[in-house]
Design a protein around this ligand. Structure first.
Ligand SMILES: *[C@@H]1O[C@H](CO)[C@@H](O)[C@H](O)[C@H]1NC(C)=O
Ligand SMILES: *[C@@H]1O[C@H](CO)[C@@H](O)[C@H](O)[C@H]1NC(C)=O
Ligand SMILES: *[C@@H]1O[C@H](CO)[C@@H](O)[C@H](O)[C@H]1NC(C)=O
Length: 364
């Protein structure tokens, strides 16, 4: 889902600034394909470009030597990079992706505050959860969106992401449950038990993606990403017998609320029918910032101070400045600054980040 969406960004962004070559970058405006609908489209553009540049510098400056080639080949798509050039360092790509995703949250909260309940914003929040290790989901602003949120998304992605996070951490507990392992007397049985934990988690992920928003196309909710990063590498196709021999719900605990509360465990090849809708936003976007002109959110010990830009409506008609730096009309009021313990800059916190949150870590 992600790469497709990101590619859409290119076309729409080009409308805003016809002659900015840097916008022909697949990730320039994050998941937003219509930054012209932002409260301050110029601000969003500038901020997103800065975020993208920071990500590129981070990959080139912090990851292994072929970071630049990988970045170019993948057009800056972090999921592509993790998949196609793991030699660059999966932890490093994720760590850079984490900074980028949180920066993009800040960009949106300050310059596109009228769209913080949209599918695009929620996908950005989902990126944060995918790239940042042990991120506290509750700390992200505007997430979950209130039910019936103005301009909200047809699927509450928060729900899907929350389930995925709970399932991932339960997988970790399951595979490392010493009490269960001690009861098994052979290595063969221990291996079978661990495989069952993995198969149950895979099935639970499928269940979440297919049933939380049953009308939505699974690919829109990350199905392909999960297939590539988790299911395929861990033999999902061979899970049928394991799922028949083990009770994922009770024996392995995946039905408990804190483990994602999965009730039905699908087997490979026996999935419910795919939904057919693409994600879309309903109703009007916000007309005033949901959290007022200024607010803070914290990410560990890092404080993000967000100041909402004044509303500039649709993209200005004058495109005299291709860089988007010179602004017509009101002065730029948007800003997002970070202060406090800069946990993202300390190398140790970067290590151990798995491709899909905790999942790969656990299984590999
Ligand atoms: C990572 O890259 C950024 C941007 O180039 C730089 O500011 C930062 O110091 C680097 N961090 C490490 C740990 O090398
Ligand atoms: C998440 O989904 C459950 C049912 O699947 C629903 O009851 C709940 O309201 C949802 N949460 C949010 C925040 O929408
Ligand atoms: C259902 O969605 C999945 C995930 O995107 C895809 O791999 C599969 O081909 C789809 N099935 C059908 C019948 O379209």
């Amino acid at each position: 889902m992600l790469p497709t969406l990101l590619r859409v960004v290119v076309a729409a962004a080009a409308v805003v600034v016809a002659c900015s070559p840097s916008l022909v970058d697949a990730t320039a405006a994050g998941h937003f394909d219509k930054i012209s609908g932002c409260a301050d489209p110029w601000g969003m553009k500038t901020c997103s470009e800065k975020t993208e540049k920071g990500f590129e510098n981070c990959i080139i400056g912090n990851c292994s030597a072929d970071g630049k080639n990988c970045y170019d080949a993948c057009q800056g798509d972090a999921f592509c990079m993790v998949k196609t050039c793991p030699s660059v360092g999966v932890e490093c790509i994720n760590a850079c992706g984490c900074v980028k995703a949180t920066d993009q949250i800040d960009c949106t909260a300050s310059t596109c505050w009228n769209q913080v309940y949209t599918c695009e914003y929620q996908k950005t929040a989902q990126d944060v959860m995918n790239f940042c290790l042990g991120f506290d989901m509750a700390s992200l602003p505007f997430w979950p969106p209130p039910s019936d949120a103005p301009g909200g998304c047809t699927c509450n992605i928060w729900n899907v992401t929350r389930q995925e996070t709970l399932i991932s951490s339960h997988l970790d507990r399951c595979r490392n449950d010493q009490k269960s392992l001690d009861r098994l007397d052979t290595d063969e049985k221990k291996k079978d038990y661990k495989q069952a934990c993995t198969c149950c988690a895979e099935s639970a992920i499928i269940s979440t993606i297919w049933t939380t928003c049953p009308n939505t196309k699974p690919s829109e909710l990350g199905a392909d990403y999960w297939y590539d990063s988790f299911l395929k590498p861990h033999d999902w196709d061979k899970c049928a017998s394991s799922l028949e021999r083990h009770d994922c719900a009770d024996e392995l605990g995946f039905s408990v609320d804190g483990a994602g509360g999965t009730k039905h465990f699908y087997q490979p090849g026996k999935l419910p029918r795919n939904g057919t809708q693409t994600l879309f936003n309903t109703g009007k976007s916000l007309s005033t910032p949901a959290s007022g002109a200024t607010f803070c959110w914290t990410d560990g010990s890092l404080i993000h101070t967000i100041t909402a830009a004044s509303f500039r409506g649709n993209a200005p008609a004058t495109t005299s400045d291709s860089d988007g730096h010179t602004r017509t009309g009101s002065a730029v009021l948007a800003s997002a600054t970070k202060s406090g313990g800069a946990i993202r800059d300390r190398r140790p916190s970067w290590f151990g980040v798995g491709i899909a949150g905790t999942v790969v870590l656990v299984v590999s």
